[in-house]
Design a protein around this ligand. Structure first.
Ligand code: OSB
Ligand code: MG
Length: 375
């Protein structure tokens, strides 16, 4: 594989519904789509960085800058025998894993398309083992009132989802969980704090223990493994880390010191598919369950996530849901849908296996950049 041309497009798309976490409410997504090309074949990736550096230090515009000025020159015109070589080829650049992931994942799609094989196969996943469908869950943002939250959970349950994650923050936690448990009984339920608590909140967080949550995701700061280990000793609810785990080594450390019992993998956060596979393998070797996170991706990033979710360690339902929860219309046609049994079919065509509606991408595009290998 030799990438001859890279095209970056900066897109802006309104969300179907606002999304609120402990760090704020958003109404739209601004993100970068990366095309990598060889002999007319095109691979595509989506950068998960957000307009603001709140979930992570990277932003849409830092990713654009890093890809255009540093990553593209490291891959253009160079011969790779496999896309798993790409991440290491970008090693000169420190950090910026979201930018790296967008390029690396596009290269996996290109490679799988050239082989005429579904991406899941090339990643080492086994869609057959899971009946051709991955387990889909939903992430439900902070709402304006508890009755609105209950209404949202009911709507998602009726749409087929079998696992519900609700966002929490101080002032919107125990009461919200109690209300959802009271209304829906023993549904698979979990919470995500997006780093909104301090260690001094430990006794308050222990009040969640009686509600049998599958896990609490990222209760403390992104760079605080030590206190997550202390908190896990003080609460019964299993801790899952998201923001804290950017590298496979960080996941190993977190599991080994007891800072978490469950791992959330987002290829966008960790630097792409190869690093995700390494993190997945490290968790499996330690017997820790893994699930696939989401970053409000369009159908392009979503399709990548579905393929990666077919690896055997992804035993818990992910935040990988249907297109219609996010964008109307999505950038792909047909859209990704959830079945009544709460699963999402893995596309069977070459690469990510979804049809991208170029007109829609171009309509949402606010900036474009073309980069070529210097012959
Ligand atoms: O913490 O998992 C998170 C969205 C944006 C940034 C961070 C997170 C999320 C989600 C949404 O929870 C998951 C999704 O539905 O894509
Ligand atoms: Mg999270």
């Amino acid at each position: 594989m030799r990438i001859e041309r890279i095209e970056l497009r900066l897109l802006r798309l309104p969300l179907v519904r606002f999304f609120e976490t402990s760090f704020g409410r958003i109404h739209d997504r601004t993100f970068v789509i990366v095309n990598v090309e060889e002999n007319g074949a095109v691979g595509v990736g989506e950068c998960v960085a957000d307009a603001s550096p709140f979930y992570s230090a990277e932003t849409t515009l830092t990713a654009w800058h890093i890809i255009a000025d540093f990553l593209a020159p490291l891959v253009l015109g160079r011969e790779f025998s496999h896309p798993r070589e790409i991440f290491d080829a970008l090693g000169l650049v420190r950090g910026h894993r979201m930018a790296k992931a967008a390029v690396e994942m596009a290269a996996w799609d290109l490679f799988a398309k050239e082989l005429q094989r579904p991406l899941a196969d090339v990643l080492g996943g086994t869609p057959e083992r899971i009946g051709g469908g991955i387990l889909a869950g939903v992430s439900i943002g902070i709402q304006d009132s508890i009755p609105q939250l209950v209404e949202r959970v009911a709507a998602e349950r009726d749409a087929g989802y079998r696992r519900f994650k609700i966002k929490i923050k101080p002032g919107w936690d125990v009461d919200a969980v109690r209300a959802v448990r009271g209304e829906f009984g023993p549904i698979p339920l979990m919470v995500d704090a997006n780093a909104a608590y301090r260690m001094s909140d430990a006794t308050h967080l222990a009040e969640l223990d009686p509600y049998d949550l599958m896990m609490i995701e990222q209760p403390l700061d992104y760079d605080d493994i030590r206190n997550h280990a202390a908190l896990q000793k003080a609460i019964r609810t299993p801790i899952c880390l998201d923001e804290s785990l950017e590298t496979p080594a960080q996941a190993e450390e977190a599991l080994d010191v007891g800072a978490c019992r469950i791992i959330n993998i987002k290829p966008g956060r960790v630097g792409g598919h190869a690093e995700s596979i390494r993190m997945h393998d490290a968790a499996m070797a330690r017997g820790a369950p893994v699930w696939h996170g989401g970053m409000l991706e369009s159908g392009i990033g979503r399709a990548h996530n579905i393929h990666l979710s077919t690896l055997p360690g992804f035993t818990l339902p992910g935040d990988v849901a249907a297109s219609r929860r996010y964008f109307a219309p999505d950038l792909i046609d047909p859209e990704i849908e959830v079945r009544a049994n709460g699963t999402i079919d893995v596309p069977t065509g070459p690469g990510i296996g979804v049809h991208i509606v170029e007109d829609r991408v171009n309509q949402a595009c606010v900036e474009r950049l073309e980069l070529r290998a210097t012959a």
